[in-house]
Design a protein around this ligand. Structure first.
Ligand code: UGA
Length: 414
């Protein structure tokens, strides 16, 4: 998010100094190499470094002399009790405040619980600098595009002067600009992520019902989504939702609500429903394999939490693999980009065919588009079993069901 923000602001015509305190990452970025996989970002980085619109430095002191706006883009991981851990935000804000000149604005882009801006202001105790909240809504896999073409730009600030200053940075983006208090902006970010996650939990529960009653979830969702009050986006069923944001943000929101004596029952239920979604995949696969997972070889296609990223943080795929391993299965996994953890019983291979070789069942867990191009015939030839379960609904049904005795897709009982 930090790199995307730096490159995006540079693309908007601003001059940006990026600060990266990890020396290895800094070195890699300064040689034009991304330490992560994110489509389109590397070429943008190279261009911006070359033109000098972005310079990357190791310490905040190197960024303070001319800068008036400081964007804090550090992570807010989950702590032991599910709340957001603010240590990086606090450290970065203190660092900035120590060096910032009067009238600077510290803009928090990290996802932080409501009240963080207020807390930082009193912690730092400098009345001559302001704090603003400018949550980011980009998705991994389409980060730069989401930054440049957002649905809205949100700024929370205490005064309209500060808010206008931050919004002015985005003047060249044609999107609705929303101005709120710092607290409302902080809460909007969590509300949006929790709502989207709850929506997916609803769809995934519905997919389970479709399987039981013989309906098809795609038809149900498209019928439901054609009501303009509902809309059709972000309703695709899957093996459960994951990634570096939804799991931690839903838990952090529940935790904030609890601390304030409010029960966010819907969000709590969405988190529980997501765990049920992982279990359902394991249970269905088990029943397709004659009620036995122990000793089975399962081929898994997809390790990343979604397509077009190498990110496996809180990946549904890894959660499901973990459950399969605990039932005594062996897993052979393939992902075009993401890497598998070093778990006993889990082997990562280089190709989709290699993963399928000698497998009793094939499980599709990430929606990489290249999986839908694979010819099922050679896959059927190398597998020892004839079970395929597509939890992302991306394989062409006719082609695959003609090659496999048991070809099943999530959300369809047939
Ligand atoms: C999410 C939000 O979508 C962004 O708006 C937000 O800025 C970001 O979190 C954040 O807080 O930083 P991201 O985590 O990149 O973005 O991933 P999503 O595209 O939202 O997907 C999250 C999970 O939901 C994935 O596991 C994905 O496979 C799943 N998903 C998504 C579905 O199962 N079905 C869908 O229709 C959409």
């Amino acid at each position: 998010m930090g790199l995307t923000t730096a490159l995006g602001l540079a693309k908007l015509g601003h001059s940006v100094v990026g600060v990266e305190i990890n020396p290895e990452k800094l070195h890699s970025l300064n040689s034009g190499k991304l330490p992560i996989y994110e489509p389109g970002l590397e070429s943008e980085l190279l261009g911006s470094l070359k033109s000098g619109r972005v310079v990357l430095k190791a310490a905040i002191q190197d960024a303070t002399s001319d800068s008036k706006m400081f964007f804090i883009c550090v992570p807010t991981p989950q702590d032991d009790v599910g709340a957001a851990d603010l240590k990086f935000v606090i450290a970065a804000s203190k660092d900035v405040a120590e060096h910032a000149s009067p009238d600077s604005v510290v803009v928090i882009k990290s996802t932080v619980p409501v009240g963080t801006g207020e807390m930082l202001r009193s912690l730092i105790g400098r009345d001559d600098i302001s704090f603003a909240s400018n949550p980011e809504f980009l998705r991994e896999g389409s980060a730069l595009q989401d930054f440049m073409e957002p649905d809205r730009i949100l700024v929370g600030a205490d005064t309209s002067k500060v808010s206008d200053n931050v919004l002015a940075l985005y003047a060249n983006i044609d999107a609705p600009k929303l101005s709120t208090s710092v607290k409302s902006a902080e809460l909007i970010k969590y509300a949006a992520n929790a709502y989207l996650a709850s929506r997916l939990s609803f769809v995934n529960d519905l997919a389970a019902l479709c399987e039981q009653v013989g309906a098809d979830v795609d038809d149900v969702v498209s019928g439901m989504g054609s009501d303009s009050r509902i809309g059709s986006r972000f309703l695709h069923p899957g093996p459960g939702w994951g990634g570096s944001c939804f799991p931690k943000d839903t838990r952090a929101l529940v935790s904030v609500a609890q601390n304030n004596g409010v029960s966010l029952g819907v969000v709590g239920a969405a988190i529980q429903s997501n765990d049920n979604a992982f279990s359902r995949v394991v249970t269905r696969l088990k029943s397709l394999l004659g009620n036995e997972l122990n000793g089975k070889i399962i081929a898994v296609w997809g390790l990343a939490f979604k397509a077009n990223t190498d990110d496996t943080r809180d990946s549904p795929s890894l959660e499901i693999i973990k459950r399969l391993l605990s039932k005594g299965s062996k897993v052979t996994a393939f992902d075009p980009i993401a890497s598998a953890p070093n778990w006993e019983g889990l082997t990562q291979v280089e190709t989709a065919v290699e993963a399928a070789t000698n497998a009793d069942a094939l499980l599709i867990l990430t929606e990489w588009s290249e999986f839908s191009q694979v010819d099922p015939k050679p896959i059927a030839n190398v597998m020892s079993g004839s079970v395929v379960l597509d939890t992302r609904r991306i394989l062409p049904v006719e082609k695959w069901s003609s090659e496999f005795e048991t070809f099943k897709i999530l959300g369809n009982g047939a």
